[in-house]
Design a protein around this ligand. Structure first.
Ligand code: XIL
Length: 404
């Protein structure tokens, strides 16, 4: 047992819910619920609560998802899930202890024009999170994408742009101070060649790389308690792009810039490999004294005509989710693991990657894919006596069946 797992086990032993569950199966299942849960019977509330991801996560790990709204959801044949879908909201509340507004805090959502802030959609996510005891990852303050046309096409001087950015960051971070625990301050600032996006990121292009330090300072002024993150994709392993962040963050820390975290998005494709250096990568950022997080995990693949993955791919996907989560569990400062949505049908993947999909944990009418159950199993097994609980706990029967 590593120090980390000892620490986590100790934390969990203190948790009432899980300590009670040690004595499983102590709860009598009424006859009307005796069938395989999730098929013909629903679990009674006491057990249903223990059939959730958040109930099994160690105390020092938030398990999160995206509050599905805005962005690609606006062009689909379903109503936007977060604002409209009661079943979706119930699922978010029951299963997750952290939320990330999928699009509601991006510039194009918050800034209809240069003089206006529209906080309505973001406020809704924050209020929901507060009602349900969830943390919030704020996303994102400086990015090259999903910026409004008035900004990208505006004719601003460098001085004006700098003031626009400063005001934006002060206003938004100040409004949500105390409610957003982690901010993605700088999102995707390196390209796939591990070069700073000096062309397609308007802020870097017009204001130069020095702006990176400034945005962290501004966010810190507005909320000294919020943890301020870099966040990017294709940085799972100790690769060139992750190296670029590692070097940049060291420089910034040496200059006293308030950088607190490194977020690995985790948008994976089954047609590529799983980078087994993920834990090693998290560990080196951890060693810099940073928090780390998996912030947007999904695992996409080529799908059939119905948008589904083959049984073999579903199994591989489950294994990758489990490995991603386990890497985070193994690293002390990895305190947040977020999946980028709930239902395959709502995911950004089919709208973005031709012929691909099946990227999330559930599908259709909240049917659990092997991936959901692999995540649940991985969380259960971090608890003392985990394997025995996994095999016997009555709340976990559905996932035992799904994983066979
Ligand atoms: C995606 C959203 O899921 C979509 O709804 C939207 O249309 C486009 O953006 N990296 C990020 C996320 O940081 O904000 C992106 O989210 C996915 C890639």
């Amino acid at each position: 047992m590593t120090m980390t797992s000892i620490k986590r086990a100790a934390a969990i032993l203190g948790a009432g819910l899980c300590t009670a569950a040690l004595a499983a199966p102590a709860v009598a299942i009424p006859p009307e619920h005796a069938g395989p849960p999730g098929q013909d019977g629903e679990l009674p509330p006491g057990l249903a609560e223990q059939d959730t991801l958040r109930s099994w996560a160690p105390d020092d790990l938030r398990i999160g998802t995206a509050a599905a709204g805005g962005g690609h959801h606006g062009n689909q044949d379903y109503p936007e899930p977060f604002p409209n879908d009661a079943e979706f909201r119930d699922f978010l509340a029951a299963q997750f202890s952290s939320l990330t507004p999928e699009n509601q805090m991006k510039w194009d959502a918050l800034r209809p024009d240069a003089d206006t802030f529209d906080f309505a959609a973001a406020d809704e996510v924050l209020a929901f999170a507060a009602d349900n005891g969830q943390h919030v990852r704020g996303h994102a303050l400086m990015w090259h994408s999903q910026n409004p046309a008035w900004l990208e096409e505006g004719d601003f001087t460098a001085e004006e742009l700098r003031e626009i950015l400063r005001t934006h960051i002060h206003t938004v971070v100040d409004r949500y101070a105390g409610q957003v625990q982690q901010w993605d301050v700088a999102n995707e600032i390196f390209d796939d060649n591990a070069e700073l996006r000096m062309q397609d990121n308007i802020w870097l292009r017009e204001l130069g790389p020095q702006i990176i330090a400034d945005v962290f300072h501004w966010a810190h002024e507005a909320d000294p308690d919020a943890l301020l993150f870099f966040n990017d994709y294709n940085v799972e392993g100790t690769n060139e792009k992750a190296d670029a962040y590692y070097d940049l963050i060291q420089d910034l820390l040496a200059e006293g810039v308030p950088v607190h975290g490194f977020g690995i998005q985790g948008h994976l494709g089954l047609m590529y490999g799983f980078d087994g250096r993920l834990q090693e990568n998290l560990e080196r950022f951890d060693a810099l004294g940073l928090q780390t997080a998996i912030t947007e995990m999904d695992v996409r693949g080529y799908v059939d005509d119905e948008g589904r993955l083959s049984p073999e791919l579903l199994e591989q996907q489950a294994d990758w989710y489990s490995q991603g989560l386990q890497a985070c569990l193994n690293v002390t400062g990895c305190t947040s693991f977020t999946v980028w949505g709930v239902l395959d049908e709502h995911s950004w993947v089919p709208a973005t990657f031709e012929g691909q999909g099946g990227a999330l944990l559930l599908e259709g009418d909240y049917e659990r894919k092997p991936a959901f159950c692999a995540v649940q199993q991985t969380l259960v097994q971090t608890n003392p006596g985990g394997p025995a609980r996994w095999n016997n706990h009555p709340a976990l029967a559905e996932c035992r069946t799904v994983l066979g």
